[in-house]
Design a protein around this ligand. Sequence first.
Ligand SMILES: Nc1ncnc2c1ncn2[C@@H]1O[C@H](COP(=O)(O)OP(=O)(O)OP(=O)(O)O)[C@@H](O)[C@H]1O
Length: 815
Amino acid sequence: DITTNCQLLSSFCTKMDGAVDKDSSDAFQSLPDSIHSLRRFNSKLTDYWFESVCCIIKELQESKSNGDDMEFTKIQAELDSLRSQLKEIAIQRRQTLNDFLDLKGNIRVFCRVRPLLPEESCRISPPSLLTPDSTRLLLRVGDRRSKQYNFDKVFHPQSTQEEVFSEIEPVIKSALDGYNVCIFAYGQTGTGKTYSMEGSRSNPGIVIRGIQALFQQALESNHTFQFNFSMLEIYMGGLRDLLVPRSSKQRKPPALSIQMNSNGGVEIENLVSVEVHNFEQVKTLYNLGKRSRSTGATKSNLNSSRSHCLICISIACAGAPERRKGVNKIWMIDLGGSERLLKTQATGRRLEEGKAINLSLNSKLTQVLRDSLGFDSKTLMFVHVSPKEEDLCETICSLGFAARAGSIHLDSKESPEMQARKEVEMTKLEQKIRELEIEQKDVQREIKKLKEKQNSLLRLDQLRDLDITDSPPLSEELRFDEAIILRNERISTQASPKIPRFMKSTICSQKRINSVPLPYLSIRKKPTIPSKARRTTSLYAESVHSEANDTVLMSECDSKITMSTSYPDEAQDPDDDIVCSQDTSDYEIKQVIFTDKEKFPLSTTSLPHGCLNEEGINAKESNEKLHSSIEDWLHQQIIGQTITPTACGKRVLVIPIEQSNDTGSQQNAVNELNQEDSQSFGNTNSGTNSEKNSNGVYFFKSISVDEASSASKDRDRIYCQDKDEYSDSFSHEDFLKAQLQENKEKSSLHFRESRRSVFVTHPSLLIQQNMHQHKEQGLGWRILKTLRTLWMIGLVLLGIRSLGLGLDFFHGLML
Ligand SMILES: Nc1ncnc2c1ncn2[C@@H]1O[C@H](COP(=O)(O)OP(=O)(O)OP(=O)(O)O)[C@@H](O)[C@H]1O
């Protein structure tokens, strides 16, 4: 209405005035939008407003036209120089950090002595381990003898998780610089390996802190990284993917096997590798993986890890030639407790596990880590020991192993002077790294400021190109819009605009009294849909309004199929769903066109957007839901992986959509899937939805798609072929028939009864057309059916009675 529009314009003019006076970039930012709104509502405004706005814009254009180009070029030059400066600093910092780590040693060995646990502390015996300083550990053997071990650092029983992590932080930086990194926790069972790696909820360990630091540092760097997360265990000598739910007879994940690629890198075939974008996602996946890890109670540890657990984050960064490698890995490994089988008194399965833990330390583990150990990879080993005297033998074994691993640089015969010089050098390098980091941040801040300035100039440029006064205020397109707006307004006025929505008549009732209103027309432009062969990305979520009466498949009552529309760049019109929400026999279909999946690499996948965000989720219960949804989703990926051959002959995971934040439509599509995936397929919908489902719509059941349907809960879906061309209006039956008749290599549509959504998932699912029609029956029909049944029962009773009479008669005759 006029008042609202005048208010809109008034605020617009205030903004414009501000823009002229203060050169405010905020006002520039909203100018194009405001101008668009202005033109849109022009016909309802007085000439005065429009003219005054035009004047302001003109003034603005004139005042800014001089010298802007020069300023833009100057800023660009400054930006270029700052960028090369930043690159220079990054190279220097990387080099200095590497020198520092070289001095420290590429293989570093730390020792952590765990404290006595509350249940152990009552035993009073002299401590067998002493830590005279931060690098030496003294082991008392008997009353007089003691043995000394040297480490890069010794963490005494009171050392905190923060102190331990402080040794990890520099290698996380190295990982972002392109170096492979391996962090191990080694030691006897029950000595605190899992405590160091995992930690507790309130006091997290290396893994959680490491991942957090990785994402934080990636955010602060001037590169964009791609992270992929995998988690596996070596259990009883074999590899097991921890992100895949435990196998059952029907759902067996593919076996993992270790392969070497052409660059000499190790690849684990069939291992699920999930692209992750933030810390929360990794944390959720990590928690999921932890649940699948093999643990059990032993005499030494009630919650003993019975396997080696390996976490791998692969880091890729395009356009950063200064990195050591294009793609590198960071491994974090919680080894199974090395144990003396006699001492743990293990029998049966525990005995076998114990043997396997010890054996696989050398075989599978070294194969998996072949490309991540040695050369310029950074390896950190944390050897864990127990302070208990009765564990002395195991402690000696562990310390001996650690000493051998560290002997590469620790035992080298360095004189105290040399060691002192090394210390000084390292301190200097550390200082230099700190300075370079500060400088780097300053330059980054400067670049950000200049970019903002440049953007505001660009926006002004856009404004200059805007021809307001010379062109007629309404273009053809806007005239058309306006005509539609007027038409819709007329319709809504006719339909008593003041009554609340729930009181308006339904389509059925309107039909009964022959007053079907004119359908609403959308003023939105439809995106042009490329031919199917060319579709590579998710385009839009489209819903269609369609009448579907008197077809063979339809139910008795007439019903309309109403599908709402949503485009990425336009806000949803609140009135759009008026028609579909009025009539219980209305029915909504959402069709989401997805990406071509063939471009995804083998065994690499991306989670549905938002699926792993723990924020705002209500702790335990929601976590459970989240986990089961992720499990389901992951399992679907595994099944998809086994049955989905692509045109290139490769097998790819079934991925709903490539993760991207850029278009609203993709977001819509992903959200749709998230909802789908995060809910069980049953009646989890709201009452309204279910009610809608049960009125005048079809149910297609038991469509099987190879192994997929037998292995999952997809029984109430229909799978049919994707439609080649977009059609605005079609009957339900025709639509489905068309889908089924098309060739079977195309993307498939899922029709889910419970949510009434049709969406394309992935290519190449073969279709079996054994669909059973299920008609929803009206009340009248049900009464007829009951009467028919009663009639049949009556007939049968009559027959029996007649038979009885006949027999009596026959009996009488005989007598
Ligand atoms: N530094 C520590 N501070 C406090 N408690 C600790 C510490 N280290 C270990 N513990 C406790 O000791 C117990 C055994 O630790 P943990 O399970 O981490 O041992 P482990 O070496 O991983 O054993 P396994 O190899 O059998 O899995 C746990 O209850 C843990 O909380």
